[in-house]
Write a protein that binds this ligand. Sequence first.
Ligand SMILES: Cc1ncc(COP(=O)(O)O)c(C=O)c1O
Length: 348
Amino acid sequence: MDFRSDNITGAHPRIMEALVRANRQRAATPYGGDEITERLQARVRAVFEHDRLVAFPVVTGTAANALSLACIAPPWGAVFCHPQAHVLVDEANAPEFYGAGLKLVAIPGPAGKLDIATLGKMAGAGGRGVHNPEPSAVSISQASECGTTWQPDEIRALAETCRSQTMRLHMDGTRFANSLAFVGCSPPELSWKAGVDVLCLGASKNGALAAELAIFFDPAMAGEFERRRKRGGHLLSKMRFVSTQLEAYLDDDLWLANARHANGMAQRLGGGLAALPGCRLLYPIEANEIFVALPDAIDAALKRAGAKYHPWPGERPGEHAYRFVTAFDTDQTEVDSLVVAARTARAA
Ligand SMILES: Cc1ncc(COP(=O)(O)O)c(C=O)c1O
């Protein structure tokens, strides 16, 4: 019963098969000049119904985020994000490092989503002179760090504020597939059609071994990505092994099937826990993460039963909260065993 994260998993068998197939090829042009990487470009354009986008494979979400933010914000730029944003608190200042001085500025808001009105005020408040950080971009996480999903109309409203302040919109889509499966719309509706300029599409947490994709819907914004990726040490010479994972990920909608499974397990787990007296969901479950306050007796019973999950800051005084994450390979029996262990605690 391990619900610590969605990166405790292995890779999906179809991703591993794709790697084995790619390995049969005796020779392939290095550094992304290979056939698989070329095919992947065409595939991503088809999936996102956009014939001009450019997509760059990398192997970590941090690299995708930091390198793409550096392309859309100058060293003197400000990038606005939620106080809990991974780019702000979990990337060891990689965006500032690759951005050569760009500044991440926190904008609070409920349930992991920055408040658009506050953003408008903050971005408009500072001067735009030589002394001031230049409001350059906004970064949101899909799904958010609270497991909530930005709906297309919310993204559109945010994008309008960005446009009115000449800022670009970056989406850290580490769990984009989970949000997409939750909303049930098309990939373009949750990205460029809603106003997203750059999407960092995650795959490692949803079935890949190590693969992420920085997608620029306006190729003019991506001008420097390739050099930055090389200079930052993120250009793999055997790129085909990253590209093949992403191709397999999109093939026959594997990404969506994986995300649907993870989301379904999250609903089952969250629903089971929330039904117990004293348990409270902190946020609605809109992807594959569950944030829940538990009575100490239930926490103790779950730990005794061998369940693994992380503590999380509560929202109310004295509240003990925890995060559970489900994944593409979460076993339903593990979810049910966890809920049974929690129920037993209440009965005891
Ligand atoms: C929301 C979010 N963004 C980005 C990342 C970065 O991924 P990586 O660990 O591959 O750098 C993570 C990883 O946990 C994440 O949860």
